[in-house]
Write a protein that binds this ligand. Sequence first.
Ligand code: NAD
Length: 524
Amino acid sequence: MRFRNQNTYENMVKAGEESAFHSRYERALERFSQSLEVETRYESLIEGKQVSTGKYFQDHSPMDTGLVVGEFSMGGEREASMALDSARRAFQTWSVMDLDKRLTIFRKAAEIMRRDLFEIAAAVTFDNGKNRYEAVGEVDEAIDFISYYAEQMEINHGFQEERPPAYEDERPVSVMRPYGVWAVVCPFNFPIAISAGMLTAAIITGNTAVLKPSTPAPLAVHMLHDIYERAGIPPGVVNVLSGSGSAAGQALVSSDKVDGIAFTGSKEVGYRLLASSIRRHPIPVITELGGKNPAIVTEKADLAKAVAGVASAAFGYSGQKCSACSRAYVHELVYDEFMVALLKHVSRLRVGDPRERATFIGPVIHRKAVEDYLSHSAMARQDGVVHAGGQEVKAGLPPGHYVAPTIVTGLPEEHFLIKNELFLPFLCVQRFTDLKDAVHRANDVDYGLTSGIYSEDEEEVSYFFENMEAGVSYANRARGATTGAMVGSQPFGGWKGSGSTGLGSGTGLYLTQYMRQQSRTVAR
Ligand code: NAD
């Protein structure tokens, strides 16, 4: 049964099916586009039923703001409370269901997703503007999470284990039990993969959940609910609370009916949730937060790999990945050569409509992101040198949120743009002369999510691994300096301000956080 990553694009290319990849995705785009001709309303989903508030917000596609993906219900306290009650009722039977029976449902859900992969990917493109490779990759990751967690629960027997007895007449066992009802709060940038990852971890371990989709990209969470429903999940195990972060999200996470919170999103919101984790009892709060991820390029680097890896990590999905590379520290002996090659490489990256095959950089998520981008670009022009980008891209494009990949040098190390997550296609390149100093500067931010180095010298690489304060580190990766963790292979989690638990998703250990340990000893 050994787990294998879905990896659709790579596998189809290897099998000589690249043109089928494109035609299946393009047909799915066409079908999704036709479905928009009928206005669709998405309500909160509680105990398998739609619950309306009569108030809606419209989800406009970032690639063409004239396209309305759907109208989504504006839930609040009442719906949050109803959803939590529904999850509580379902917990009674779900938490004691036989593990094998439970796992059958997850395998079925993964199968449904595999079958509908291109349909879901097309919906992600409309919802958050990902190009086809990123959108399919995201659905792959969702499938991987579900399949991998099912396998981990099975091979670890639900993480139950006999313990060595301290006395001959005792038989101690450690049992992992679910907490109860989890609030699962999702980000816009991986609306299907990260939502599936957090949700699946919560419910596969015997909890029930209320999911709060992100407001700018809410569709995928409704699709996820539908997939689990078709897979046979009992009503109430998965509930969806539609609405804004400040109303629905806040009502959900602050409720006394919540036994645990899984949150992926910004540091600001995550810190607030952590600060509120002590209620009547402390509750577990698993947060996966932002990043300000560095890549170091030493004078012993293979520069071709470094350029490809830095560009892909900085500008893939318009820099809107928590793992995006936003700082590059380049040794002064190779700095000029690196910059020339990087600028050449980036000038060839196509900014455009993500539905088109050649597009590498699609839109950013909303108008506010464009405005932030413009003000950061103005700041960069004033305090440093802007070598590429810094402006909106409009020519020949639908009315969406398109901006150019931006490369800035010469900023003082303490600058706002060097220290803060921007979540935009925005890369700061800095010089260094000494690797120790580069690692020190790379670490000198509040975050510690991902990092990368390019060096053909093993000692330099090992110094980097030993001293980098990051949950995920890569060396010499041309497919992404700081991005591209695969479920099962690279545990994904942040240190410092990037995450609170010290454990990465896509591992068996991650699952144990959704359960609490009970020691059971029978004496003869
Ligand atoms: P966000 O913090 O704005 O929103 C995340 C979720 O929180 C949304 O569903 C939002 O509606 C909800 N929310 C907002 N205010 C809330 C409140 N007061 N109470 C409860 N819920 C509330 O983040 P975003 O813009 O959706 O995502 C981008 C951020 O997520 C970036 O910082 C990125 O680095 C981070 N991220 C981290 C990881 C990771 O694994 N470390 C992965 C993806 C994204």
